[in-house]
Design a protein around this ligand. Structure first.
Ligand code: TYD
Length: 136
């Protein structure tokens, strides 16, 4: 699969702001997939490490609802590190990208919108298998 870390991008979520606070809306045209699943990470210890896998077909949009964390991305050739720390800026991760998430700040919450239901067969959990997958 030919996707690269440069296909991963920050998308700004349109926000309505007034004296009462801010309201961010992820609507149909904001992200390039239909959402079939929503999950979130919370109560994450600061020394915790999440991810450590890639997906064959899944698109995900990660939103740091609270706090911050770092996303490390690999496509088999290049790497990128992106810090997420603004609740109106999410990260679109396309299929075929290895990701690791760490440096969670205290109380951070990561919301994930996903293009498909949970399916373990869509995961590539060994880096060697990922390298093979990228060559096909
Ligand atoms: P995993 O996707 O590996 O978490 P992370 O990438 O955050 O480290 O999932 C951790 C566990 O949770 C694994 O046993 C699968 C399970 N899980 C579900 O049952 N449903 C889901 O939607 C997700 C994302 C994970």
């Amino acid at each position: 699969m030919k996707t690269s870390v440069n296909d991963v991008k920050i998308i700004e979520v349109p926000t309505v702001s007034d004296t009462r606070g801010k309201l961010a809306v992820v609507e149909k045209d904001c992200i390039p997939f239909a959402v079939k699943r929503v999950y979130y990470l919370y109560d994450v210890p600061s020394d915790s490490y999440r991810g450590g896998h890639a997906h064959k077909n899944l698109y995900q949009f990660l939103i740091p609802l609270s706090g911050s964390f770092e996303v490390h991305l690999k496509d088999g050739e290049n790497e990128r590190k992106i810090t997420l720390n603004k609740p109106n800026k999410g990260l679109l991760i396309v299929p075929g990208i290895w990701r690791e998430i760490d440096n969670f700040s205290s109380g951070s919450v990561c919301l994930v919108l996903a293009s498909n239901e949970y399916d373990e067969s869509d995961y590539i959990r060994a880096y060697k298998d990922f390298e093979l997958f990228k060559r096909t």
